[in-house]
Design a protein around this ligand. Structure first.
Ligand SMILES: [Zn+2]
Length: 314
């Protein structure tokens, strides 16, 4: 009984911590002399030139920091931002949108950094040292085996187009075959792109979805007058959260779990909007379904266009 109470208390404490914005340390009251411009002041930074009050002598640590700085990772906010994207992603987004810019690593910078790490991990820097080029090789071998006929020569065209069941005109059959081949090729290419550049693919998907999601979230309790630009930044942070999980899963080659991070995107949407779980899930589901309906309509139009193209130009 006591244990359970403790756990409940801990969860309540954690929830309060999640919602509480970061507290920036107060200014020191000590007087400093700036080592750069020799102004005297109290505070953490020189008001004249901006140099930090804690400017130490040059050391290996300072060298490491300025090295990291050259690659855009010098800010201490990076680790806090990654931690918060795991533990309180939606509340971090709220903090950021409400003006706490200096406390968090900028979303675009983080996106490029995480995308680079994700590329490394999917291209061999993982426990199995697997990379998409291995898969391409396997794919090519498989294709060659499938296309080989009994006499050992490669003939790709079996006589599908002459098979004429149910009185369908041969012309229509031929067009349908071509269109199917083109679509399969496209889906195959998309799948390979997703495997190689999952964070970019995720951002694309979210951008594609963003219009619909925005319609359902722009008057949410926490930000009743949300702008699209703000929502875009939120989606960028959500993509970053997704990429962090994806990097971990890809590193350990957990292919069965690779879809899981997609569902994690509900968490920041819920925390940011202030809707309850069910409303968040419902709104996201409706937005996703309306996106797919439009996508299917576009696909049908596209198929019709490809069909006409094949008909006219072979
Ligand atoms: Zn100064």
């Amino acid at each position: 009984m006591k244990m359970r109470y403790n756990l409940k208390e801990k969860i309540a404490k954690f929830k309060a911590w999640q919602k509480h914005p970061r507290e920036v340390a107060p200014n020191t009251q000590e007087e400093h002399e700036c080592l750069n411009c020799h102004d005297h002041y109290t505070g953490n930074f020189c008001p004249r030139c901006g140099q930090s009050a804690t400017t130490d002598r040059y050391s290996m640590k300072v060298a490491a920091e300025s090295f990291a700085d050259a690659y855009g990772m010098g800010e201490r906010g990076m680790f806090r931002t990654i931690r918060d994207l795991i533990l309180r992603p939606g509340y971090l987004i709220l903090d950021y949108l409400r003006g706490m810019r200096a406390s968090y690593f900028a979303p675009f910078k983080l996106f490029f950094l995480l995308t680079a790490i994700s590329l490394l991990v999917t291209h061999g820097f993982n426990i199995k040292r697997q990379s998409p080029s291995d898969e391409d090789a396997k794919h090519a071998v498989q294709e060659a085996i499938e296309n080989r006929t009994a006499d050992g020569t490669n003939t790709v065209e079996p006589e599908i187009s002459t098979v004429n069941d149910e009185g369908v005109p041969e012309e229509v059959n031929r067009i349908a075959d071509r269109v199917t081949a083109i679509v399969f090729d496209l889906v195959d290419k998309m799948e390979r792109f997703e495997k190689r550049f999952s964070s970019i693919f995720m951002l694309q998907m979210l951008l594609f979805l963003s219009g619909y999601l925005f319609l359902y979230f722009r008057h949410c309790p926490n930000i009743p007058d949300m702008r699209y630009a703000e929502f875009f930044i939120a989606l960028l942070y959500i993509t970053n959260m997704y990429t962090i999980y994806k990097i971990v899963f890809d590193f350990f080659c957990l292919e069965n779990l690779s879809m899981l991070p997609v569902f994690f995107t509900i968490i920041p949407l819920k925390q940011m909007s202030g809707y309850n779980w069910w409303r968040t899930i419902l709104k996201t589901a409706i937005a996703t379904i309306s996106m797919f309906v439009l996508l299917i309509v576009l696909l049908l139009v596209g198929l019709a266009v490809i069909g006409l193209f094949v008909k006219w130009f072979g």
